[in-house]
Write a protein that binds this ligand. Structure first.
Ligand SMILES: [Zn+2]
Length: 228
């Protein structure tokens, strides 16, 4: 079982080196907790689990990399918490006995639809955010703003941004022949799929990147506001 493609390995290595360079081994432990928990949950939840590409790894870890190299603990941990919340929500939400509802219109949608949420998945998101926040509080240098509430909030708000963008701006496609729905514009079903909603260029990776950016921003703003 391979978690990463060759490009994924290179991207994950770059994120790991950058985070360690910027935040030291405590930062690497927080990052590793996210990567390992995500991989274990994925393996536990489903057997298909395609290997992650470099693009997917950077969509989840690129913002944390930049924040860590800048030495910004709250922003880096906020981005990692948002990525963890989204991953835990997806994997734990897969066990929901009820189909998801769209976060915007509240109508029922098929499992796996971007923007669809379940109660179980939302609890999973909170657990992922709290886990990263707790580790950050325990490992980051003392004397900073209270990182637990800031990073936990960053993770949960980032996850909400992920669901909202997934429900609204993320591109949705349909096969003109059979009405099957897709989230990738380069898919060919009976015919090449057509864009029916959202922005054609904004895919799941773009939404994940935006959500980690929101997590980083909440971390940064929260730490500024709570500075004594
Ligand atoms: Zn079709």
């Amino acid at each position: 079982m391979t978690w990463l493609t060759r490009g994924g390995v290179i991207a994950a290595g770059a994120v790991g080196v950058g985070v360690t360079w910027g935040l030291g081994w405590p930062g690497l432990i927080v990052l590793a907790a996210f990567l390992l928990s995500g991989s274990l949950l994925t393996q536990f939840a489903e057997h298909r689990a395609p290997s992650r590409t470099g693009r997917q790894v950077l969509a989840n870890g690129g913002v944390a990399l930049v924040a860590a190299v800048a030495g910004a603990w709250p922003a880096a941990a906020g981005a990692i918490a948002a990525a963890a919340a989204d991953t835990w929500a997806t994997e734990i939400g897969a066990f929901s006995p009820f189909p998801p509802r769209l976060i915007t219109s509240w109508r029922r949608v098929a499992r796996g639809t971007s923007g669809g949420i379940t109660a179980l998945g939302t609890l999973g998101a909170a657990a992922g955010a709290v886990t990263i926040a707790w580790l950050t509080q325990a490992l980051a240098p003392k004397g900073m703003a209270p990182l637990f509430p800031i990073v936990a909030s960053a993770g949960i708000i980032g996850m909400l941004a992920d669901s909202l963008l997934g429900a609204t701006l993320q591109g949705k496609f349909e096969c003109p022949a059979c009405d099957a729905r897709f989230e990738r514009g380069n898919t060919i079903c009976h015919e090449p799929v057509l864009l029916t909603r959202g922005l054609g260029w904004l895919d799941n990776d773009g939404v994940n990147f935006a959500a980690t950016l929101v997590g980083a921003a909440v971390g940064l703003v929260g730490s500024r506001l709570s500075r004594p």
